[in-house]
Design a protein around this ligand. Sequence first.
Ligand SMILES: [Zn+2]
Length: 218
Amino acid sequence: MHMKKVTLTFDNGPTPGITDKVLDILARKNLRSTFMVVGRNLEDPSAASLLEDVHAAGHWIGNHSYTHSVAFGERQDGEYVEAEIGKTQQLLGKYVHPSRFFRPFGNDGQVGPHLLSEAALSYLLRHRYTGVLWNSVPHDWDDQAGWVERCLADVSRQDWTVSVLHDIAHAALPRLPELLDRLGDSGVTITQDFPDEVILMRDGSPVSLPDSYIAERL
Ligand SMILES: [Zn+2]
């Protein structure tokens, strides 16, 4: 039997007082992850300064939109795409991964036609982004008691789980050490890369890109 894999991602930061502690916990286990950053957080210099620490520790940094507010499928104009993706990419500057990771805002982790508009899709392809979705949303932000078990259940039913956790207040941090211990005990491999199943496009080339993720193709 092949080994199960788990990829952990941390979204919606960086958050001073949280992201730094997540980095410490991951470092103790010698683990690498990806941080999907919300651009407007970087207007706070103390949050922006965390990017250097995230990058220096070997984690990957991705673009998770500027405002994290309205999904592209619900606002389909081209200016909105530039404002959400282009502006964040500029703020990330030298810390962006060479594959230009982008994760769309999903309305509490849902996958569907709200994820992309034709304008957002053509922008991502033209600028050679790597679009990264997920196949596990444990709800660390609104279910402190249940999210670790939900994550472990996702891991047990899939060969390769890509889980969305959050480096924001009242989310993954309190129980992250417990999750990592339990994943370690279960013998899964925690890896940094992503399976094709959750990749919309890689460096601008379509991978898993069904019409059902694009608003106008409904
Ligand atoms: Zn998010």
